[in-house]
Design a protein around this ligand. Structure first.
Ligand code: GLC
Length: 432
C-alpha cells in the first residue's frame, strides 16, 4: 500500500467523523425494509408493480442536503443501486432505472449536485449483489429471492456477464458524476469475495478515474469479518476503512500490530436501512449524539442512516433527531471534527476526545462533587473551559478530593443540572 497516498486521501474522512447514509429505492413503497425481496421471496415480476409506480414527487435533495449539513454531517453516502438491482442513476446498461419509472429523473445526479452545493463530500453505496440481473446466481445462493425456488434449479447464468455489467455500472458512476469521495460497496459473502468480483480490474478502473476516492472493506468482507485490512499484508482490495454495522466496536479497531485502523460504524435511526412504515423504534437524539462521541473517542466515524419514503421525504422522526443533533453540534463540533482517542482511561462520567493539545471531556453523567480528570496532572493543564460558552472553569481541590492527590479535579459549580443534559463538554488545553 502507498502509505502516503492513503493518508492523503483519508485525511478529510478522518476529520469529518460524521456522515449521512441514505437508503432509498423501490422498497420504500412496500415499506418493509430493503431486504423485502429476499425476506418475502418476491419475484422480479411481482416486484415490478413498484417500478411501475415509483414517483417520488416530493424528492427534494436540496432539503436533504440542508438537513445533513445542519446536523453537522460532513459527507453522505447514497444508494445508487441496492440488492434489488434498481438503479437510482441513469445507467446506459439497463432499463431498470429511475429514469424509466414515473420519476423520470436521475436521482443520483440531483443528490450529488445538492450535497456538493452544501459543501458535503459525496459517496455512492453500490450493491455487488443484484437480485434483478439474470446472470447473478439464483438457486442455491445464500439470499437471492429465488434461492430455494425449484423453478430456478436449472437457471443457467454466466457470472462473467454479470461482472461485465457491474464493472460497467461502476465505471458510469466514477466517470459521470464528477469527483466521488467514497465508494461504499456492499457486500461479499461465501465464495463471492475478492477476485470473484474481479476486484483487481475493478479497482484499477476506479483508481484511474477517481484516484482519491475512499473505498470500504466490503469487496472482501461485510458487516461480518474485517477483511485483510487488519492483517500484516492487506490485499490490494482490502479497502480503506472497516465498516462495522449496527455496532460500535467495543474497543475501536486496531490491526494485527495494534495500530489504529480507520473505521466507520453505520447505524440506522430505527431498525431498518430502507423506509419501514411500522418501525417506529427510533433512537432518541441524545443517544445518537453520545454514539457519535463514542465513535470519535474510539477513533472512528459514524455514518447515520435515513430511509426516505416513497414520496421522497426523510421521515419526520429522522428530521427531528437530525435537528437536535445539529443543535448540539453547533456548540460542540470542535470536540468531534478532527478529533480522536485521548489515550486516557474512559472516565465513569462519559468519554474523552482529543485534538492536538486539547482534550474534550464529555460529561454524560454529572459527578457528585468535583469532576475527576483521571489521568491528568494539574501541572499539565494550561486552561479549562466550558466548550459551549468558553466560560473559564477552575482546577480545584478541597478536603474531600485531597484523598485523591494524583487526580486533577475541576469544579463545575453548584448546579447539579449541567448546561447540556445530553453531553456537557469541558475543554482542557494542555501546556505545550
Ligand atoms: C447490510 C444489508 C444492506 C445494507 C447494509 C448497510 O449489508 O444487507 O441492506 O445496505 O448492511 O451497511
Amino acid at each position: 500500500m502507498d502509505r502516503a497516498a492513503y493518508e492523503k486521501r483519508m485525511a478529510w474522512f478522518l476529520s469529518a467523523r460524521f456522515g449521512m447514509f441514505i437508503h432509498w429505492g423501490l422498497y420504500a413503497i412496500p415499506a418493509r425494509g430493503e431486504w423485502i425481496r429476499c425476506n418475502e421471496r418476491i419475484s422480479v415480476a411481482d416486484y415490478q408493480q413498484y417500478f411501475d409506480e415509483f414517483d417520488p414527487r416530493d424528492y427534494d435533495p436540496k432539503a436533504w442536503a440542508k438537513a445533513a449539513k445542519e446536523a453537522g454531517m460532513r459527507y453522505a453516502v447514497m444508494t445508487a443501486k441496492h440488492h434489488d438491482g434498481f438503479c437510482l442513476f441513469d445507467s446506459q446498461h439497463t432499463d431498470y432505472k429511475a429514469t424509466n419509472t414515473p420519476a423520470g429523473r436521475d436521482l443520483i445526479r440531483e443528490y450529488v449536485d445538492a450535497f456538493r452545493a452544501e459543501g458535503l463530500k459525496v459517496g455512492f453505496y453500490y450493491s455487488l449483489i443484484d437480485w434483478h440481473h439474470p446472470h447473478f446466481p439464483h438457486f442455491g445462493d445464500r439470499q437471492h429471492p429465488m434461492r430455494d425456488n425449484p423453478a430456478y434449479k436449472d437457471h443457467s447464468y454466466n457470472f462473467d456477464t454479470y461482472l461485465d455489467y457491474m464493472h460497467a455500472q461502476v465505471e458510469e458512476l466514477v466517470t459521470g458524476y464528477g469527483q466521488i469521495d467514497i465508494l461504499w460497496f456492499d457486500f461479499s459473502y461465501d465464495h463471492l469475495k475478492g477476485e470473484a468480483w474481479r476486484v483487481t480490474d475493478l479497482l484499477k478502473m476506479v483508481r484511474k478515474h477517481q484516484p482519491g476516492v475512499i473505498i470500504d472493506n466490503r469487496l472482501e468482507a461485510s458487516g461480518e469479518g474485517f477483511g485483510s485490512l487488519l492483517s500484516l499484508h492487506p490485499k490490494p482490495y482490502s479497502g480503506d476503512f472497516v465498516s462495522p454495522e449496527q455496532i460500535i466496536p467495543p474497543q475501536g479497531i486496531v490491526n494485527c500490530k495494534g495500530d489504529p485502523v480507520a473505521w466507520e460504524a453505520c447505524v440506522t435511526m430505527n431498525n431498518n436501512w430502507g423506509f419501514h412504515g411500522t418501525d417506529k423504534h427510533f433512537k432518541p437524539a441524545p443517544m445518537l449524539i453520545r454514539k457519535l462521541v463514542e465513535c470519535v473517542s474510539k477513533g472512528g466515524n459514524l455514518l447515520l442512516n435515513v430511509g426516505p419514503t416513497a414520496r421522497g421525504r426523510i421521515p419526520g422522526e429522522s428530521l427531528h433527531a437530525l435537528k437536535k443533533i445539529g443543535r448540539w453540534m453547533r456548540d460542540h463540533h470542535e470536540s468531534i471534527y478532527g478529533c480522536g482517542p485521548a489515550g486516557l482511561v474512559k472516565p465513569d462520567f462519559g468519554r474523552v476526545t482529543k485534538k492536538g493539545n486539547k482534550l474534550y471531556f464529555h460529561i454524560f453523567d454529572n459527578p457528585i462533587g468535583y469532576l475527576p480528570l483521571t489521568g491528568l496532572k494539574a501541572d499539565e493543564v494550561k486552561s479549562v473551559r466550558l466548550l459551549a460558552t468558553g466560560q473559564e472553569l477552575k482546577i480545584e481541590r478541597n478536603w474531600v478530593t485531597n484523598n485523591y492527590p494524583d487526580i486533577c479535579f475541576v469544579s463545575l459549580g453548584p448546579d447539579p443540572v449541567l448546561p447540556d443534559e445530553t453531553d456537557t463538554v469541558v475543554m482542557v488545553e494542555l501546556k505545550e
